[in-house]
Design a protein around this ligand. Structure first.
Ligand SMILES: *Cc1c(COP(=O)(O)O)cnc(C)c1O
Length: 404
């Protein structure tokens, strides 16, 4: 099975299901997971799919069929993972800033828990003592990631317990006899440099001796995938070697072996996704020619939120002369997907496809401007399945209580 969907396929799905439309290609997910497994085959690893990237239950079930575990960032994601068939021990709950009651709920569901603050660690110790394993999320004070909004490990970040406060975490663990089974770091997203992970590992190696019952080291996610030509992709094979070397060194010196956990989100699902839109209006102005599509940042917010680049193709006119267009949405705010982008000549009615739309695409969509959320299609073994229908008018009124 090819890893890419063809223009013909995408045109066919647009015709069948309408636009705007998210399409996910499972063979690409499987190929990405295969790369991870190959790159880390020498190490004892577990991969927890960071499902906040894309939570459709069919995608969760497909992940499970591949053999991944799942990392959740809210208690509702934990419930979705259980609903999709993951066993509690295959689920990891890594949230931040949550009420302790959510940690109690996660405990009662039997899932793995990473704790993100001293305050919740203390409550955990008081409530559960040694009876339930805990992971501790540390903030390694390493600056990394595509931009500040997606960097989580630096010294102004809200995430994790600052490494400088590690003594307090150790003291709490001792006072309440907490069974600390995992240490966790997640430095950010779009990390293209394997050495960032090595830096993180070195920070952890200094801390490990403070916790006697550790079994696993969780290095988080954030592996960069290319979004545009010339983008650096993380060299996952090099990372696999470096991680193996670091841990086998440590094992030799300290006679202690760990299971190494990762939480890839984007790496697994970014490239599997295509977002198909249709051009409603062409508007020539003195600044640029706008191609206005039947979508907006309500459906794909990454360009506006993170200045993210998404490769765009005109699949209706792939042989057309290249011209420059600014691709914009129809939301009553500036919502620019791309400025002065070179595209094959665009005509009203043409279909524009956004690549790398699998991760944080549909998942971050909203009903802003009372627009419908798009439909989602999953393509598996060449067969397309509708896995979420497009919103309807009733969906906009759902949960509203009419008192006037
Ligand atoms: C978002 C997140 C991930 C996944 O990040 P990607 O950049 O999608 O790989 C992993 N772990 C945690 C704790 C996260 O919050």
């Amino acid at each position: 099975m090819p890893e890419q969907l063809s223009h013909e396929q995408l045109l066919q799905y647009a015709k069948e299901y309408g636009t705007p439309l998210y399409v996910y290609h499972t063979e690409k997910i499987a190929a990405q997971y295969g790369k991870l497994k190959a790159a880390f085959q020498k190490s004892d690893t577990r991969f927890f799919y960071a499902c906040k990237a894309l939570t459709n239950v069919n995608i969760l079930r497909f992940m499970r069929s591949l053999g991944t575990s799942v990392d959740c960032s809210s208690i509702n994601e934990v419930r979705l993972a259980l609903y999709s068939g993951f066993r509690p021990d295959e689920i990891l709950y890594t949230a931040n800033g949550i009420a302790f009651s959510e940690i109690e709920e996660a405990q009662s569901l039997g899932v793995n828990i990473n704790i993100d603050s001293l305050s919740n660690l203390e409550k955990f110790g008081r409530r559960f003592g040694h009876s339930y394993p805990a992971g501790i999320r540390l903030r390694p004070d390493i600056m990394a990631g595509g931009n500040l909004k997606i960097s989580t490990g630096h010294n102004k970040s809200k995430f994790g317990i600052p490494v400088k406060k590690i003594d307090q975490a150790i003291a709490l663990a001792e006072r309440y006899d907490i069974f600390v089974r995992t240490l966790h770091i997640h430095t950010g997203s779009d990390i293209d440099d394997a050495d960032i992970f090595v830096k993180g590992i070195e920070v952890l190696f200094d801390i490990i001796p403070g916790f006697k019952e550790l079994e696993s080291i969780d290095l988080g996610g954030g592996f960069k995938v290319p979004y545009k030509k010339g983008d650096k992709e993380i060299d996952i094979y090099k990372l696999g070697e470096k991680v193996y070397d670091a841990f086998s060194d440590y094992e030799k010196k300290n006679r202690k072996k760990f299971s190494i956990w990762f939480e890839p989100g984007k790496f697994l699902v970014s490239q599997c996704g295509y977002f198909i839109t249709q051009v409603n209006v062409l508007k020539e102005t003195e600044a640029t020619t706008f191609a206005g599509v039947n979508s907006g940042f309500n459906h794909l917010i990454r360009p506006m939120f993170y200045d993210a680049y998404h490769h765009i193709e005109n699949i209706s006119n792939p042989a057309g002369t290249k011209k420059k267009y600014s691709v914009v949405g129809n939301i009553c705010e500036t919502d620019t997907f791309a400025w002065e982008r070179s595209l094959n000549e665009v005509r009203e009615g043409d279909l524009l496809v956004f690549h790398n739309a699998g991760a944080y695409g549909f998942e971050m969509s909203s009903n802003y401007n009372s627009r419908f959320k798009p439909a989602e299609v999953m393509v598996k073994n060449g067969i397309a399945y509708l896995i979420r229908k497009r919103d309807e008018f009733e969906d906009l009124l759902r949960n509203q209580i009419e008192v006037l």
